[in-house]
Design a protein around this ligand. Structure first.
Ligand SMILES: *Cc1c(COP(=O)(O)O)cnc(C)c1O
Length: 232
């Protein structure tokens, strides 16, 4: 199947999932995840109305972004090292993976230097998996005010990666929990948080049913990921 057909299929499935959940499809943003795929594949999707893409590594994204049309936006969805913060602030319009206090401070510092306000999501390790990054649910509440006090960070919501499961229904509880944690955060901040970034190729329909506003879909659009490669 071609890229545009897979994209159309995903859009149809998003619409159906929204209908089933009685949600407006305009509330759910599809973020195609182009990691390990080429600038050519990104360009092809731009012909079908995609403008914002997700990347999980700063270094790879930097090369790809320079090879792509300049009117696109990029979201960082992968773990960020402090020595990559300067580039992350420069190249991305949103960072989904704020997973510890020290990185929030570092992003704030570089955003300040760049005179830029940086939209971010706080990554929560809902299932407490040792292999995953993210604040523990209690930690995110504990650090929330301190993060909110960083003047150049704009907290737009929460992000999570559900544990892998062959059966998406098994991870529904993780998405529910993230939504509840967002409600707790809203209580603490006294303000609404617009975004829940949750759901990937295998589980986005369940995530939509539980309130996802950004779904991060790689494989189901681009096909299986080739091994990491250098851009030509
Ligand atoms: C790769 C990746 C995705 C997309 O995963 P697929 O299963 O290919 O859809 C989503 N979120 C993050 C953080 C990723 O690294």
């Amino acid at each position: 199947m071609e890229l545009d057909e897979r994209l159309q299929q995903i859009r149809d499935r998003i619409r159906a999932a929204c209908e089933a959940a009685e949600r407006d499809p305009a509330e759910v943003m599809l973020l195609p995840v182009s990691k390990n795929h080429t600038a050519d594949a990104v360009r092809e999707l731009t012909y079908h109305g995609c403008r914002v893409f997700g990347e999980n590594r700063v270094q790879e994204a930097k090369l790809k972004i320079s090879a792509c049309p300049g009117n696109l936006e990029w979201h960082l969805i992968g773990h960020l090292q402090s020595n990559k913060c300067r580039d992350a602030v420069r190249f991305f319009s949103m960072i989904h993976s704020v997973d510890r206090m020290s990185i929030a401070e570092e992003i704030n510092k570089h955003a300040h230097n760049a005179a830029k306000d940086m939209p971010v999501l706080l990554e929560v390790n809902v299932a407490g998996e040792a292999s995953k990054h993210g604040f523990a649910p209690g930690e995110v509440l504990e650090h929330l005010n301190a993060i909110n006090d960083l003047p150049r960070l704009e907290i737009h919501g929460l992000m999570t990666l559900a544990p892998w499961s062959p059966e998406p229904e098994n991870v529904r509880g993780v998405f529910q929990r993230l939504r509840e944690i967002k409600e707790d955060c809203e209580q603490i901040l006294g303000a609404p948080l617009p975004h829940l970034s949750m759901g990937m190729s295998g589980d986005f329909e369940v995530a939509i049913a539980e309130g996802a506003t950004i779904i991060r879909v790689g494989t189901a659009i681009f096909g299986p990921r080739p091994r990491p490669q250098k851009e030509k």
